[in-house]
Write a protein that binds this ligand. Structure first.
Ligand code: SF4
Length: 403
């Protein structure tokens, strides 16, 4: 193993948003302290296990990492840098929420080597922010964004969310333009999904049923409105110098997020913290999801054999892993295709050959011919990628690559 990506999960938020089913939530100070101590022990353990391997990217996500007092992040970064090889060129991102950033925190992030901020704005409309249950206003976001620029951050992503209840292309256009005028290096536009167990699920479950049945909905945008919002987003961002490089991600030249590209290219990654996932040697490990158990076990981290119930194979993990899944060769190929084809430039044929010892044309000959015939897939001598129509019908197109 030459290098790894590192994901660090901070599961704390000031308040749970109405649509969110992530492993995150409010917490008291003692839990934060105990958790961060456990997290540092886990990272140091991996450092010993993998022999100070080089980290190509580090992503501190959550949750709301920027909600924590800065000393936690500073100490976390110190442990990471002591445990792994972190270079000048390592992309280091921290997720932030508007209203939580201060000059002290931003200066500390800079000192710690963090080079990229990902700010979760979601909407520039205060009414929509309220509906989403966000704890900030657009003005608070603006002040934090300007502060981040003053503190020298030159690589900022802004997360937005489309297809909110009542959304029209015009409404989302207003949010988009406010953000575009700020000239961030990167914009992510995710579509709202209604997840079970959230307040939004209770509120919009009937709309969801109607949407699936193609019936008129009351608040959630219908399929054709969602399509128009997506097209408008692509046009507006392209006109303003943002290249779409993945279904939901747009960047100025040279600012695509290397960490996420690594996921889509199936590079190996190590996940530390509550519920975090790792992909090592074609085994996907998932950490414990109960915070009390995680903290308790972090006092004595040790290697442990874990049996994958499906394949009945045993692999070496740690006592912080809840389970491990050995990815079969067929599943590796499927993932290679459906993750890779999320990116506009698609998959590199030579990487498929290097990895699997067969050409992609040999394995997927009929599927490739069919999708090219249907106008959903295109190829160059070195690559396969989805056409614009293929991107619109992404789910259908990539499902063809499942064995
Ligand atoms: S801030 Fe992010 S992680 Fe936290 S509750 Fe809201 S959406 Fe979820």
């Amino acid at each position: 193993m030459n290098e790894l990506e590192l994901y660090v999960h901070i599961p704390f938020c000031m308040k749970k948003c109405n649509y969110c089913d992530f492993l995150s939530g409010p917490s008291d100070e003692k839990t934060q302290f105990d958790y961060m101590e456990g997290l540092k022990r886990e990272i140091a353990f991996y450092g010993g296990m993998y022999g100070r391997v080089r980290l190509s990217t580090i992503y501190i996500g959550g949750g709301t990492p920027s909600w924590l007092q800065e000393s936690y992040i500073e100490e976390l970064m110190e442990v990471i840098c002591r445990s792994f090889s972190v270079g000048e060129d390592t992309e280091i991102t921290i997720e932030c929420n508007p209203g939580t950033l201060t000059k002290g925190k931003l200066d500390c992030y800079k000192r710690s080597g963090i080079s990229r901020l990902s700010i979760g704005l979601q909407s520039a409309d205060d009414g929509e922010l309220k509906l989403l249950g966000r704890v900030h206003t657009y003005d608070q976001f603006l002040r934090n964004y300007e502060l981040a620029r003053t503190c020298g951050f030159a690589n900022i992503n802004i997360d937005l969310m489309d297809c909110l209840p009542g959304h029209t292309p015009e409404k989302f256009y207003r949010t988009l333009m406010k953000v575009v005028r700020l000239n961030p290096e990167h914009i992510s536009c995710y579509t709202l999904t209604i997840e079970k167990g959230t307040p939004f699920y209770d509120r919009y479950k009937f709309d969801m049923v109607k949407l699936r049945a193609g019936m008129e909905t009351e608040e959630l945008p219908m399929e054709d409105t969602a399509y128009q919002i997506g097209k408008m987003t692509q046009d507006v961002l392209a006109q303003n110098g943002y290249m779409q490089y993945e279904i939901s991600n747009y960047a100025k030249k040279g600012y695509a997020c290397r960490h996420n590209i690594g996921y889509w290219q199936r590079k190996e990654y190590l996940g530390a913290g509550l519920g975090a996932a790792s992909l090592i040697d074609e085994v996907r490990y998932s950490n414990i999801r109960d915070i009390g158990e995680y903290i308790e076990k972090s006092f004595r981290i040790e290697r442990e054999m874990i049996t994958d119930e499906k394949s009945e194979k045993s692999v070496c993990g740690t006592n912080l892993h809840a389970d491990a899944c050995v990815i079969s060769r067929n599943a590796q190929m499927e993932e290679f295709m459906f993750l890779g084809l999320r990116m506009n430039e698609g998959i590199e044929k030579s990487r498929f050959y290097q990895k699997f010892g067969f050409t992609v044309d040999f394995i997927y000959k009929e599927v490739i011919e069919k999708l090219i015939y249907e106008g959903l897939l295109a190829e160059t001598p070195g690559r396969l990628y989805l056409t614009e129509t293929g991107m619109d019908l992404n789910n259908y197109a990539v499902s063809q690559f499942l064995f």
